[in-house]
Design a protein around this ligand. Structure first.
Ligand code: GLC
Length: 558
């Protein structure tokens, strides 16, 4: 059972090698039949997650929100949106997850609030220069009549990052910054009040037994106070240079003191609380977020973006393992999340690096993608550090690329003028059981908020349960072995000499993992037993696009 407030900190905290399952709550399970996933649905499926064998859940934002960006526009950080349930239900969920041996990580969204947040409503009703406006980034416009935005920054969802307000007297007024949708005004982290508020929000949830936070846009909070232009042409929809040296709003030095304060708060609670950063920064800068007095871990996006290719994979793995060792942070591994196309589809494309939700990348070979996804799962779960699973990857779900235009809900679709479809294709509700929609996602006869492909009837949790070689059983076996077999806890990895196209490493003298990226079968060393493989192994040959876990040793060690 997870440690709670009364426990001491452990020498090897759970998050160093945990498997954390991402619950995109609106698409996980619908308990009340309104077509949207909720806490009741999630609670009813906790036995499934326990049986799957994950150590923790990361729950995407469940706070009251107008849902302009799937809940990443938070109107009240201390409550639950009625769409998902109540605060009492959230508390019960946390308690029950703990009883079942799973920890709970929440999503905190500190870069921006919703435009319906009390603070933003007050800011709009207050004059320029007021303390209410100082919680956000309001500025006068440029040009003779202030009708041009204060600078040329771009929203991540396309278009200008500034929107002009109408003042209380009806006149055209100041502009406010929003690095995402206009419904997501950026907070001013130079404000003491903003800092104090988020410190209180962390305590609010830690007090309720939450085991950690995923920090949304962790690299965006501090802005260069001069708000300098980036030199982006007027007609550009997006900014394409977010890792540029000395960027004025990504990865500014000022973020670090915020996280030093947050770390002190986490440390003041007994047990091992976790922060995991969503920080899209240059790899050599990521370590700064993970210094001993800052955050514990960060998502490894280069791994997610890597092509299915041995040299590229080995390089990103090496960089993560060695790069983070300097600050003694464990590496993390992630293949999919709610912002990128599902990896079955990515790996089923010639160009597996495609991770933007743009159309036009060509059809995906889903059979090949699934085979590679199986191999990638065993590779990921054999690596030292912690792993994130995105709901539905254990069922082998693919990206739904043919959603009708009229159901698309991602703000990117609208803000790009219908040119970029956005992220809905990886957010389609899970298929649990049965032969037709909503496939047990909600009660029979209800309609899920996004339509599920009819083909998913073969991918439901029910259809795969107990079926040897199904994706679900592969994940269950892998997680069980990872938990039970010694060797997975070593925290280290040693590469083995292999022919071109094969990657193999040792986790302990008796535990190895080999991945065959080449098109040819590869003869496995003798004296090693197969613990688990992503495809059937016959005649001692590791087939193409297959991963195997080997156990044993003897004369073939080396
Ligand atoms: C993060 C979230 C994404 C959201 C954005 C704005 O990147 O993962 O879903 O749209 O932040 O909050």
């Amino acid at each position: 059972m997870p440690r709670t407030r009364t426990d001491q900190k452990s020498a090897t905290p759970w998050w160093r090698d945990a498997v954390i399952y991402q619950v995109y709550i609106r698409s996980f399970a619908d308990g009340n039949g309104d077509g949207v996933g909720d806490i009741a649905g999630l609670r009813a499926r906790l036995p499934y997650l326990q049986e799957l064998g994950v150590d923790a859940l990361w729950i995407n934002p469940w706070y009251p929100s107008p849902m302009a960006d799937g809940g990443y526009d938070v109107a009240d950080y201390r409550s639950i949106d009625p769409l998902f349930g109540t605060l009492a239900e959230a508390e019960e969920l946390i308690a029950e997850a703990h009883t079942r041996g799973m920890r709970v990580v929440l999503d905190i969204v500190p870069n921006h609030t919703s435009d319906q947040h009390r603070w933003f409503v007050e800011a709009l009703a207050s004059p320029p220069g007021s303390p209410e406006r100082d919680r956000y980034l309001f500025r006068d416009g440029t040009g003779p009549d202030g009708s041009r935005p204060p600078n040329d920054w771009r929203s991540r969802f396309g278009g200008p990052a500034w929107t002009r307000v109408t003042e209380a007297d009806g006149s055209p007024g100041q502009w406010f910054l929003h690095l995402f949708a206009a419904e997501q005004p950026d907070l001013n982290w130079a404000s003491r009040e903003v800092r104090a508020e988020f410190e209180a929000i962390l305590r609010f949830w830690f007090d309720r037994g939450v085991d950690g936070f995923r920090i949304d846009v962790a690299h965006g909070l501090a802005k260069d106070p001069a708000l300098p232009d980036l030199g982006i042409p007027d007609d550009a929809l997006f900014e394409h240079e977010r890792h540029k040296e000395d960027h004025p709003h990504w990865d500014q030095e000022g973020v670090h003191e915020i996280y030093q304060t947050w770390r002190k708060i986490a440390d003041s609670y007994a047990g091992d609380r976790l922060f995991v950063a969503e920080a899209h920064v240059r790899e050599d800068r990521l370590v700064d977020y993970l210094r001993q007095d800052e955050l514990h871990t960060a998502f490894n996006f280069p791994f997610l973006k890597s092509s299915w290719e041995p040299n590229a994979m080995r390089e990103v793995i090496d960089r993560a393992v060695t790069g983070l060792a300097a600050v003694d942070a464990p590496p993390t591994w992630v293949l999919s999340n709610h912002d990128v196309p599902r990896h079955v589809t990515r790996y089923g494309r010639g160009d597996t690096q495609t991770h933007e939700h743009d159309v036009g990348a060509g059809p995906a070979d889903l059979e090949l993608g699934t085979r590679r996804a199986r191999a990638a799962a065993l590779l990921t779960l054999a690596l030292p550090g912690s792993a994130y699973l995105y709901q539905g990857e254990e069922l082998g779900l693919w990206e739904v690329e043919d959603l009708p235009d009229e159901v698309l809900a991602d703000p990117t679709w609208k803000r790009s003028g219908g040119t970029v479809r956005g992220r809905d294709g990886c957010r389609v509700p899970l298929p649990w059981s049965g032969l037709d929609g909503p496939f047990g996602f909600g009660p029979k006869g209800t309609e899920a908020w996004l339509p599920q492909p009819a083909e998913w009837k073969t991918l439901t949790a029910q259809a795969q349960s107990g079926i040897p070689w199904s994706m679900l059983e592969l994940y269950r076996s892998a997680l069980r072995l990872r938990r039970e077999q010694s060797g997975f806890d070593s925290g280290t990895l040693r590469w083995l000499e292999m022919p071109e196209g094969v990657l193999a490493f040792e986790r302990s003298p008796v535990l190895r993992c080999a991945v065959n990226f080449s098109g040819e079968p590869f003869p496995l060393p003798k004296n090693w037993g197969v613990l688990l493989a992503s495809e059937r192994i016959t005649g001692g040959q590791l087939p193409a696009d297959t991963t195997v876990w080997l156990w044993g040793g003897g004369s073939s060690r080396g």
